[in-house]
Design a protein around this ligand. Structure first.
Ligand code: MRU
Length: 374
């Protein structure tokens, strides 16, 4: 894995940073672990490097993880020469390899359903193409064609995510008014998606139309996605953003400084329960106590109709060091017991609306979410 250290972020011209870019030869990835202090791009050439980057959160955020994994499948098969006496057998072996690489990438993180969605989309596309291809009389190196199909699918997933996020932003913006204060948690911005973000998309669109929304960004312990990423990307874009520690949200609400909360999500269950960054549930309870609407923004690919309720969503637990050494030095006694879930589940009754590319969905989610997939 190569690293390109472009510069220190401090003193740099504001510019839009893409978390993932296919260069034609490799996957270029912005190392989000190093933000905001350093802007370092990694060159990924192997599926295993993509696995490690997702696991260690160099790339993070549900849609971005899915996009990275899709490119990871291509990186895992592009140098593979399937054995076989016939083209049919070689194609079959390539299909097996695609599944093997996808299975491995699927073990990188458990909660964001976009990872599994993207990998399943590539598997389905492969099966469809192989079936159609065996019936076709067209010539050509089908093994190479199938590899290119996987790459194209990764490009499509990335391009569609950008369009989707823009639509989510437009729908979300219809819920806001110029001058409003809005609180967000974690990072559901351009860094977590192909562009714009989900929860942060309306802030970019508001800025573009001359509105001044006042964003409050929760710091988001323990990995500090709010401080390191949301505060960074909104500040770079010239959006009015104020950073607060997670335990300040109640005070900010009680002062009447925010009129809405908007967050992203890693997985929405079929009943509308929402898994998102740890701390989201507490925020939703606070919002209800202060009569503030609590919005969740996500693409359809984050809604998991196969998981009936939130208690069935697998919740990742991460290393205790994130809690005990999160600030670059030890902040707790050696040997202390630590509980470090990366996500929590907000029960659907706290969710005012779910904002998707197809529009704004309100309760009952049990009744209204299936209509999105009709
Ligand atoms: O652990 P992370 O940083 O991957 O968690 C990210 C979040 O919780 C985001 O809110 C979610 O993935 C939505 S990103 C559009």
């Amino acid at each position: 894995m190569n690293r390109t250290n472009l510069s220190d972020a401090a003193g740099q011209e504001p510019r839009e940073l893409a978390s993932l870019r296919w260069t034609g030869e490799h996957l270029e990835m912005l190392d989000q672990r190093l933000l905001p202090e350093q802007i370092v791009f990694l060159s990924l050439n192997e599926a295993e490097e993509v696995w490690e980057a997702i696991f260690s959160m160099k790339v993070r955020g549900a849609p971005a993880i899915g996009i990275a994994a899709a490119y990871g499948v291509y990186l895992g098969i592009r140098g593979y020469e399937p054995a076989g006496d016939s083209e049919r057998e070689r194609l079959h072996n390539l299909e097996l390899k695609i599944n093997e690489v996808a299975d491995r990438l699927a073990t990188s993180r458990p909660t964001a359903v976009n990872l599994f969605w993207a990998l399943d989309r590539i598997r389905s596309r492969t099966v469809e193409w192989t079936a159609a291809s065996s019936a076709s009389t067209e010539d050509g190196d089908r093994v190479e064609q199938l590899k290119q199909l996987v790459l194209k699918e990764a490009h499509d997933i990335q391009a569609e995510d950008e369009t989707t996020c823009r639509l989510i932003g437009e729908h979300a913006l219809s819920l806001f008014e110029d001058g409003m204060g809005v609180l967000t948690h974690c990072n559901a911005g351009g860094l977590a998606t192909a562009r714009y973000g989900t929860a942060l998309a309306p802030f970019y669109l508001a800025k573009a139309q001359g509105w001044n929304l006042k964003v409050f960004a929760d710091e988001t312990r323990p990995v500090l996605q709010g401080a390191r990423l949301t505060a960074f990307e909104l500040q770079q874009a010239g959006i009015d953003v104020t950073l607060i520690c997670d335990n300040m949200a109640a005070m900010v609400m009680s002062k009447g400084w925010v009129q809405a909360v908007i967050v992203g999500t890693d997985r929405v269950a079929a009943n509308g329960d929402v898994a998102n960054k740890i701390g989201t549930y507490g925020l939703a309870v606070l919002a209800k106590a202060h009569n503030i609407p609590f919005y969740v923004a996500c693409p359809l690919s984050t809604i998991d109709m196969n998981t009936p309720t939130g208690d069935l969503i697998p919740i990742e637990e991460r290393h205790e060091r994130e809690v005990t050494e999160g600030f670059g030095r030890r902040t707790a006694p050696q040997g202390i017991k630590v509980f470090n879930p990366a996500f929590d589940v907000t029960p659907n009754e706290y969710v005012t609306a779910i904002i998707t590319e197809k529009g704004i969905i309100r309760p009952s989610y049990q009744e209204n979410l299936p209509k999105l997939f009709g």
